[in-house]
Design a protein around this ligand. Structure first.
Ligand SMILES: C[S@@+](CC[C@H](N)C(=O)[O-])C[C@H]1O[C@@H](n2cnc3c(N)ncnc32)[C@H](O)[C@@H]1O
Length: 852
């Protein structure tokens, strides 16, 4: 076919995805140049590379747009509002590829994965090919490069780096600039060797593939000027990003040793959230002088309110400390608390000594030119729908306006009750409510107000009024915002502090609506409804199926950690392997597709006696599983593994003299590896394909905190999930434990403990720590002995026992809504990597004899 016709065909194909010819043509041209007019590569797999390239371009464009908009918005605010913890955001998250791209990505069994991707091709064009074999490659090289230690060496050199697939890197090693926890690179897709998509701080690194392996190539010389210019641009940008992200993560935060949520920011949207990270410093400053806070996400985000310990439920610090700084103000002065919510909304609370409180929401800026002011009714309706859908409010006649009206009334009742108990008569409380265009205001019509909702509650006693205004400030020529309207009022905590001058006596009443007296019956009903805390998908689309979270038990909120679906490698952890070891004797590099259904199993089944450990349906075969479980139980009964100089005890700051008290987990893993042999890459696609079970995180009724349950019946041997976290060395674990003064709730898992033929040093032995970065497995609770899950070491990338994946499978049939548990293998009398807890598993085999 002539080139023109082919271009037209490509355009047509892309049109179905919504890309115009104008967008597609230049990309096709670029690809043709790149692939030297090899149309086959472009057309293959429904134009996969083309889609990838278009998305790549769009992404770049939108990044530029976004940064332009952000600059335009808040030049003056940008600096002071820089969120300290937002900086630890994973760049790999930032660069999640779009679902569209995934739709076009062949699955792991597709041969096409062996083909170089667009990114690779593009990058290869500036990268020399490396021909060496059996190079041992270590992850930390990457950190040198990624952290801006750009080597300007004139001698051309090329360093090849290899990173185990299915892992991302987080490293701050050998950096002069910062001690940051900046994630560096993401390589591979679910651990599949042949996927060579590679990011470097959100941009391309130079990659190429040889045999089944993907490399990082670090270029330090021999670049063309253009290349250099391109790289310098990219590099400078990365440096900016890196320095912006260079705030170290704290492992010493109250409740969890994790930072506040560091999820990648969604595009700006109308989302009501109170003190967000983006306004942390200013909000903090404001709070100290003006403690009127309408905090719509207080427990998670607000630094102004006491933080709640996720387990004890106690508040540790907060607003109270600031009361002394409350500023008196005169009738004429209007005090103002401005809380910039996200980027697009402004929450504004203003009050006067006359008792008037104005709460306004203003759309401050926007990114979309097609924004129009919605009708207030439609906003309220949307919120109500959202409310009813997400928070399981049983009443179908739920109304936002009624809720706000009640807020208003109870504000007054609670305020008058606490300060002037004798005078309060609810009958005296009159509330009025209405939606109006620029309603009466003592200040006269407010400028630029298109819509206003005002709620007024009046007391004959105090003549105070509360007004909640909903102001959309819109200037027609400036595009404003886009995104969905989402008001999470269930997370709303309203704290109002009112100063009232009565008979020259100044009194202050602080009302937390959550603490309304029982007489506030209607409010109590409303609060009861709010007990449900529900999140539709905690993975934010990172898993194939969403995983919901619900708390019907208490007020605890979703714990703050970073959801990741693949392991990330932190700092010193060497996740390495020898290329030479992935060879035909161990597995078959060329076999793709469904190996499990082969009549004669391929070489991958070698370790399991010529038989796959999985059934063709992807369940671990019963005999393997039973063997494994009995081994595990036997191992627990038998003598423990003892060490003279115990790294575990040392990692808990204990000086062990003489033999330690033994480790069950070590023996167990060591034995089950060989017997179960859930090994080799083909069969382990079951694991690679990711979570398929319908899971839900829920608050357990026992004092165990969150737990994980299945929402559907599961057969025996079903894969549930991997234990995903940061791959760290035992030394790093030790350092984290030393730094942390708080109780560690998430159990780290030791990899490779006692595995190697030689004793591994602390800086070599690996652990998985899911406290800060982790997946849903971090919610699985412990059960002694008869847990319904078992953890199985799984080889994905390489038969290297130094690093492997830990996957959970069911040990028996599990009913829908049953909690999923695994035996942490802890000895409740022994020191563990994390402090042991009192076991509430309720197992009749419970090993915690002190448990109640
Ligand atoms: C890996 S986390 C599991 C998720 C945890 N429940 C949460 O809320 O995040 C381990 C922690 O959960 C709690 N836990 C797990 N199993 C438990 C059990 N059987 N009894 C009591 N607490 C348990 C302990 O606090 C432990 O440190």
């Amino acid at each position: 076919m002539a080139s023109k016709a082919k271009i037209a065909k490509a355009c047509k194909a892309m049109k179905t995805l919504g890309y115009s010819g104008k967008t597609v043509r230049p990309v096709v041209k670029e690809l043709l140049e790149l692939y030297e007019n090899n149309w086959m590569l472009i057309e293959e797999d429904s134009y996969r590379v083309l889609v990838e390239a278009i998305l790549d371009r769009e992404e770049q464009k939108s990044q530029i747009n976004e940064s332009e908009h952000l600059n335009a918005w808040s030049e003056d605010e940008a600096e002071e509002n820089e969120p300290p913890l937002k900086r630890s955001k994973l760049s790999s998250q930032k660069n999640q590829s779009s679902p569209l791209l995934h739709a076009f990505r062949p699955n792991s069994s597709n041969e096409l994965e062996n083909q170089p991707s667009y990114k690779q091709m593009k990058d290869q064009s500036t990268c020399e090919k490396h021909q060496d074999k059996d190079v041992e490659i270590e992850a930390p090289y990457t950190s040198n490069y990624c952290h801006g230690k750009r080597k300007t060496s004139s001698s051309p050199s090329l360093v090849v780096e290899e990173q185990a697939k299915g892992t991302k890197l987080i490293s701050d090693r050998e950096t002069d600039e910062s001690n940051s926890l900046v994630p560096l690179a993401h390589l591979g897709n679910n651990g599949d060797e042949s996927d060579s998509c590679c990011d470097f701080l959100g941009k391309r690194m130079i990659t190429y593939e040889r045999e089944n392996c993907t490399f990082f190539c670090k270029e330090t010389g021999n670049l063309h000027d253009d290349d250099l210019a391109f790289k310098e641009n990219v590099f400078d940008k990365h440096l900016c990003e890196a320095s912006a992200e260079s705030e170290p993560l704290s492992y010493d935060l109250p409740g969890f040793e994790v930072p506040h949520a560091v999820v990648p920011p969604d595009p700006p949207r109308l989302l009501l959230e109170g003190c967000s990270h983006a306004n942390y410093p200013s909000a903090k400053a404001n709070c100290s002088i003006f403690p009127e806070v309408i905090d719509l996400d207080a427990e998670v985000l607000s630094p102004c309110l006491p933080q709640k310990d996720a387990y004890s439920g106690e508040r540790s610090s907060g607003l109270e400390g600031n009361h002394s700084e409350f500023v008196n103000y005169t009738q004429s002065e209007e005090q103002r608390y401005e809380n910039v919510t996200r980027d697009s909304l402004k929450l504004d609370v203003a009050s006067s000594s006359g008792g008037e409180v104005k709460i306004s929401l203003m759309v401050k800026s926007a990114l979309r030119s097609d924004f129009h002011v919605p009708s207030l009714e439609s906003v309220l309706k949307q919120v109500e729908e959202q409310f009813l859908k997400s928070y399981m409010i049983p009443q179908t006649d739920f109304s936002m306006l009624r809720l706000m009206n009640e807020v208003c009334e109870h504000f007054l009742v609670a305020g008058t009750t606490s300060t002037y108990t004798e005078d309060v008569n609810p009958a005296n409380v009159v509330s009025s409510l209405g939606i109006s265009e620029d309603p009466d205001s003592e200040d006269g019509p407010a400028k630029g107000i298109d819509h206003q909702l005002s709620l007024c509650s009046k007391s004959t006693i105090m003549n105070d009024s509360v007004r909640i205004q909903n102001l959309f400030e819109v200037s027609p020529q400036i595009p404003r915002f886009f995104g969905s309207v989402h008001l999470d009022l269930s997370r709303c905590r309203i704290s109002l502090t009112v100063d009232v001058n009565v008979s020259s006596k100044k009194e202050r009443s602080i009302m937390e609506l959550n603490n309304c007296t029982p007489s506030s019956s209607r409010m109590m009903i409303a609060q009861k409804q709010h007990c449900y805390h529900y999140i539709e998908d905690i993975t934010k689309g990172q898993e194939a199926y969403g995983i919901s979270l619900i708390n019907e038990i208490n007020e605890d909120r979703y714990p703050t950690f970073n959801y990741i679906s693949e392991n990330v490698t932190y700092q010193n952890a060497h996740v390495r392997f020898f290329l030479g070891s992935i060879s035909e004797e161990n597995c078959c590099p060329n076999c793709f597709g469904d190996c499990l259904s082969l009549e004669i199993p391929c070489n991958c089944a070698g370790k399991t006696g010529g038989e796959f450990a999985y059934t063709s349906g992807g369940l671990v075969k019963e005999k393997f599983l039973d063997n494994l479980i009995s081994l595990k139980h036997a191992a627990q009964r038998r003598n423990l593994f003892y060490c003279e100089d115990c790294p575990l005890e040392r990692s808990n700051g204990k000086n062990s003299s003489g033999k330690c008290r033994g480790h069950i987990v070590r023996n167990f893993i060591k034995e089950c590896w060989y017997k179960c042999g859930c090994s080799m890459k083909c069969s382990n696609r079951v694991v690679q394909q990711g979570i398929k079970a319908k899971l839900q995180v829920f608050m357990t009724p026992e004092p165990k905190g969150w737990g994980l349950r299945t929402l559907e019946d599961l057969p025996k041997g079903a894969f549930i999930c991997e234990y995903v976290g940061e791959v760290i060395t035992r030394r790093e674990l030790f350092e984290r434990n030393m730094q942390s003064t708080v109780y560690r709730h998430v159990f780290p898992v030791l990899l490779d403990a006692g595995w190697s033929s030689r004793v591994l040093k602390d800086e070599e032995a690996l652990c998985l720590d899911a406290a800060v970065y982790g997946n849903v497995a971090r919610f699985i609770n412990h059960r002694c002995f008869d847990a319904n899950l078992v953890q199985i070491p799984v080889e994905i990338e390489t038969p290297d026992h130094h690093y492997y994946h830990l996957a959970f499978f069911t040990t028996r049939e599990v009913n829908a809504l049953e909690e999923l548990t695994w035996d942490y293998g802890i000895d409740f009398n022994d020191y563990q990597p994390a402090k042991a807890f009192h076991c509430y598993s309720g197992s009749k085999f419970c090993r915690d004899h002190k448990s109640i």
